[in-house]
Design a binder for this molecule. Structure first.
Ligand SMILES: NC(=O)c1ccc[n+]([C@@H]2O[C@H](COP(=O)([O-])OP(=O)(O)OC[C@H]3O[C@@H](n4cnc5c(N)ncnc54)[C@H](OP(=O)(O)O)[C@@H]3O)[C@@H](O)[C@H]2O)c1
Length: 227
């Protein structure tokens, strides 16, 4: 018997995070998953997972999670949680609170959390995955639209590049993953993809890239995206 692989999924109350938990459990992984309040795990309550609390926009919550998981070892840490930001998506109409929240949750907090959890990830075959978006590609932005959300994911991509650039010698693989346009609360009902299709592809990318080392910006089907 081989030891099951272990994953930590950040932001698993619903949508893609919850789907990832289900997909990895189906593949025989041990899963730890976070929600804002561990006393209210929602749909995770019925699943065989360890549930921990994590509020991305609270540095104390991040520090508490890192301390709680001090003895743990993960093959995968997947930082999935994210928000869309203000509906107007306009830099002209944005206020400091909206922008602070959007860039903290989508870009700065994921990196801070990654720094705190890095010692918990297997240094040879481990994978650190960030849920970004193809909209975070600066090179691919030829149409505009969803400007603030795009900018927050571009900031996430940039911060992850700096993080990887400063890592030094390691076998760690860092994935910046685009899930496709998916029917979730964020993606809306018009999205062409369902959650199971997207998360199956995402899990395939994680399993297929483990051990390669380096950083990859990919969609759920493994297609490379220009930064
Ligand atoms: N759906 C798409 O088409 C699509 C496309 C590209 C990229 N993405 C990215 O995929 C990720 C998941 O999106 P989704 O479609 O599954 O969205 P979703 O259904 O809106 O779920 C968002 C998840 O993030 C959590 N979250 C949000 N803010 C948080 C915070 N401050 N602290 C802790 N958890 C927080 C939510 O927890 P609560 O339930 O507690 O709010 C929820 O679990 C996001 O990063 C999103 O940007 C989605």
């Amino acid at each position: 018997m081989t030891t099951p692989k272990s994953a930590l999924i950040i932001g698993a109350s619903r949508g893609l995070g919850l789907g990832l938990v289900r997909e990895l459990l189906g593949r025989g992984w041990d899963v730890t998953a976070t929600v804002r309040d561990a006393a209210h795990p929602g749909d995770l309550a019925g699943l065989p997972v360890r549930v921990e609390a994590l509020l991305l926009d609270d540095i104390h919550s991040q520090d508490r999670l890192a301390e709680t998981l001090a003895g743990a070892r993960f093959d995968l840490v997947f930082i999935n949680a994210g928000i869309y930001g203000p509906a107007h998506q306009s830099a002209i109409d944005a206020n400091l609170a909206d922008i602070g929240q959007l860039f903290m949750v989508n870009a700065v907090a994921p990196l801070r959390l990654a720094e705190r959890l890095l010692p918990r990830i297997d240094g040879e075959r481990g994978v650190l995955a960030f849920m970004t978006s193809e909209l975070g590609s600066v090179a691919g932005n030829e149409s505009g639209g969803m400007a603030l959300y795009r900018a927050s994911k571009a900031a996430l991509n940039s911060l992850t590049r700096s993080f990887v650039g400063e890592l030094g010698e390691t076998g760690l693989t860092v994935l910046n993953l685009h899930p496709g346009w998916v029917r979730t609360d964020m993606g809306g009902e018009a999205a062409p993809l369902d959650v199971p299709t997207s998360v199956k592809g995402l899990a395939d990318q994680v399993e297929g890239h483990a051990g390669r080392g380096g950083q990859f910006y990919l969609d759920y089907q493994g297609t490379t995206i220009d930064w």
